[in-house]
Design a protein around this ligand. Structure first.
Ligand code: OSB
Ligand code: MG
Length: 366
């Protein structure tokens, strides 16, 4: 394939409700899309970095610059290429996994459409619908959280993830578990705790949780391993899983027994698939995480979640849980699942009118 044109598109997308985590509050997504034209056709991708470098080092202004100044020129310099060459072409650029993921997604979309093949089939997905849950942000009161969870359960979500942080944990879990005794429940701390919180976190064993996600810092495998060895609830890593090598180190250190796959954190859906395959061979469960993506990134997440080793519900909610207007046809919840798109490539159609209405700003790169 040969690159003929690239544009980046920034789309301000208000969230239907604020999303608060231990690292910050989001009221809108600053979505970065990548649109490519190649000799075999067009494609769209999403670079799911956030506006600020609070989840990881990357932030969306930087992702856009890296795409424009380094990643696109590297592809152009190569001339003819295949999507499987991209990890090597991008290797010289350190970091910026969301930028790499967005460009790879757009090129995969173009390449697969030309071959009339679906992303889910190219990856080796085995499901036509994927089990999903909802990630619920930190609220200002426990009553508000219970009411919010109740709303999502009413919408049909059968798995809920609660964001926790010091001071918003045990009391919250006690109330939510009392209100929903049978709900599939898990928690995510986004690295908000330290080794002095081990005793507190062990109390999570009382709430029959599917897992505890990333209690400690990205590079603190040791404390994760200490916690994992001393409680029954499985530990899942998100932020720490930045590459295949990091995954191997985490598993060898017994720092987790479940791995969260994220396209924008791992540098693309192909490296997320490689981490999936590695975990699958080692008998380690995986699932697809989310970054509040638009319909473009969401389509990729749904395809990834169809892989056989993705055995826990994904953080891939219906479009309406995030946005009143998406940039593709909306993903709709059916029996706590989302259907895998049927069309070739990512399988979604980008709504240019919606991008315009939302105030999307396009910049020609090449
Ligand atoms: O840690 O999983 C996370 C959103 C943004 C950044 C990090 C995380 C999240 C979520 C929401 O939990 C997942 C989603 O619904 O997209
Ligand atoms: Mg997480």
């Amino acid at each position: 394939m040969k690159l003929e044109a690239v544009e980046t598109v920034r789309v301000p997308m208000p969230l239907v409700r604020p999303f608060r985590t231990s690292f910050g509050l989001q009221v809108a997504r600053d979505v970065l899309l990548v649109h490519v034209r190649t000799d075999v056709g067009e494609g769209w991708g999403e670079a799911a970095a956030h506006a600020e470098p609070y989840y990881n080092e990357e932030f969306v202004d930087a992702s856009q610059l890296v795409i424009e100044r380094f990643l696109v020129p590297a592809i152009v310099a190569r001339g003819d290429f295949h999507s499987s060459d991209l990890s090597e072409i991008f290797r010289r650029v350190k970091g910026y996994p969301a930028a790499k993921a967005g460009l790879e997604m757009a090129l995969l979309d173009a390449e697969l459409r030309a071959a009339d093949e679906r992303l889910v089939d190219a990856l080796g997905g085995v499901r036509s619908a994927v089990a999903v849950g909802v990630s619920v942000g930190i609220t200002s009161s426990i009553d508000e959280l219970v009411a919010t969870v109740d709303g999502y359960v009413g919408d049909g979500y059968q798995r809920v993830k609660l964001k926790i942080e010091p001071g918003f944990d045990i009391e919250v879990l006690t109330a939510v578990r009392a209100a929903f005794p049978d709900l599939a429940l898990q928690v995510d701390a986004n690295a908000a705790y330290t080794s002095s919180d081990l005793e507190l976190l062990r109390r999570c064993d009382h709430f029959n949780l599917l897992m505890i996600e990333q209690p400690f810092a990205v590079d603190d495998l040791e404390t994760h391993a200490i916690l994992a060895a001393s409680m029954a609830t499985p530990i899942c890593l998100d932020e720490s899983i930045v590459s295949l090598a990091a995954t191997r180190r985490a598993l060898d250190a017994a720092a987790c027994s479940i791995v969260n796959l994220k396209v924008g954190r791992l540098g693309g859906v192909l490296s997320a698939k490689a981490v999936h395959d590695f975990c699958f061979e080692r008998g380690v469960a995986t699932w697809c995480g989310g970054m509040l993506e638009s319909g473009i990134g969401r389509a990729t997440n749904v395809a990834l979640a169809a892989l056989p080793g993705c055995v826990y519900p994904g953080d891939i909610s219906a479009s309406e849980r995030y946005f009143s207007q998406d940039v593709t046809e909306p993903f709709i919840l059916e029996n706590s699942t989302l259907a895998v798109p049927r069309g070739p490539g990512l399988g979604v159609t980008v709504d240019l009118e919606a991008i315009r209405t939302l105030g999307g700003i396009s910049r020609k790169v090449f």
